[in-house]
Design a protein around this ligand. Structure first.
Ligand code: G3I
Length: 321
């Protein structure tokens, strides 16, 4: 690979290229560790900064596994993104079944954000403050936060995060990348937050291509532009591309997958307000899609940690040849 990695090529153009990581293979598989350290300059704990993992009981926090990930990042000079402070999934039973009043739930969310963000103060590049806040029909998603606290839970969560760590980038995150009713809702939300003066710096495009997200990179480029006009950065936060959405021979499928990764990377590199692309894992050995949908092989290294055509396509794109 001519001595260059995705990471070294990205660094030359001030670009952040990343992956979600899991603590188990990080501990158990030397190759997993080596590839992360060599290829990426930013990581997101795939599950271990979620509410249920960090805050399993009302009066108990558990930072053990998230700390291990942050420590690994520190040793390798890798930036860390925290995901996700207010979401409707990955909530512990005590929150879901607690039957809390508005005041109580506000106190719970405030305490959670304050404690977690303060614990990692100065060590987190960006916080995913509110994950998946919108519905396709233009309204806010009716999560427990929304139903109990009201729509202002988003403004509050952003404000509390900024108070706990003034130097980290704050974003809301969703699968709303293309041009459709859902991405319109997400855009409207971001615009209103900016107009109200909420501390919002960026939006995340999850980019689970062909599954939750658009596969139309031209629409994604268009969409990025309107966020630039609002003064907002866009980060690609969870990209993966299941192979079985493409027809043809296995080789043709791998080529189509490679082209998709390359096209999305190019959209981000070309945009004035995008400098981060994080994938939802990097090896087909460890992907959330196994067991969820039956979709296959969505990442850029195969199960034996060999680079796939998608890896080479991204490499070429970053090199700029
Ligand atoms: O670790 C436990 C294991 O100990 C237990 O035996 C097993 C039995 O169910 O569960 C394991 O935890 C699972 C975990 O993934 C680890 O693989 C959870 O049940 C499962 O809910 C969890 O799913 C995660 C999901 O978010 C829900 O939090 C996926 O890994 C993760 O990839 C997925 O990521 C989401 C983003 O956060 C938001 N955007 C969409 C994306 C894909 O759904």
């Amino acid at each position: 690979l001519a001595g260059e990695s995705l990471r070294s090529l990205a660094a030359k153009r001030d670009f952040l290229i990343g992956t979600a990581v899991k603590p188990q293979p990080l501990q158990d598989e030397p190759t997993y560790r080596e590839v992360v350290a060599r290829e990426f300059n930013i990581i997101i704990p795939e599950n271990h900064t979620k509410f249920s993992r960090l805050h399993p009981e009302r009066d108990r926090y558990d930072f053990t596994q998230a700390d291990a990930i942050v420590q690994f990042a520190k040793e390798h000079d890798i930036k860390v993104i925290g995901h996700a402070l207010a979401w409707f999934h990955a909530l512990p039973r005590w929150v879901v079944e607690g039957n809390f009043s508005r005041e109580e739930l506000m106190e719970i969310l405030h305490d959670h954000i304050q404690t977690v963000v303060d614990h990692y103060r100065g060590q987190i590049y960006a916080w995913d403050v509110v994950n998946e806040p919108v519905e396709a029909n233009g309204s806010l998603r009716e999560t427990i936060w929304y139903k109990t606290i009201g729509p202002e839970y988003i403004d509050l969560a952003l404000r509390w995060t900024r108070e706990a760590d003034p130097d980290t980038l704050l974003y809301i995150n969703d699968y709303a990348e293309g041009l459709n009713s859902k991405s319109q809702s997400f855009y409207n939300l971001a615009k209103e937050l900016r107009q109200r003066g909420a501390p919002l710096d960026a939006v995340g495009f999850q980019t689970h291509v062909g599954f939750l997200s658009s596969d139309n990179s031209e629409e994604v480029a268009e969409n990025m532009k309107r966020y630039a006009e609002l003064g907002l950065e866009v980060m690609i936060t969870e990209m993966d591309v299941p192979i079985d959405q493409f027809s043809g021979t296995p080789e043709e499928q791998l080529e189509a997958q490679a082209k998709m990764y390359q096209d999305f990377l190019k959209v981000c590199l070309d945009a004035s307000n995008c400098n981060t692309l994080v994938m939802w894992g990097f090896t087909d050995r460890h992907t959330w899609l196994t067991g969820f949908t039956g979709s296959k092989d969505p990442l850029i290294f195969d199960k034996s940690y060999q680079p796939k055509p998608a890896y080479h396509a991204m490499w070429e794109e970053l090199k700029g040849t």
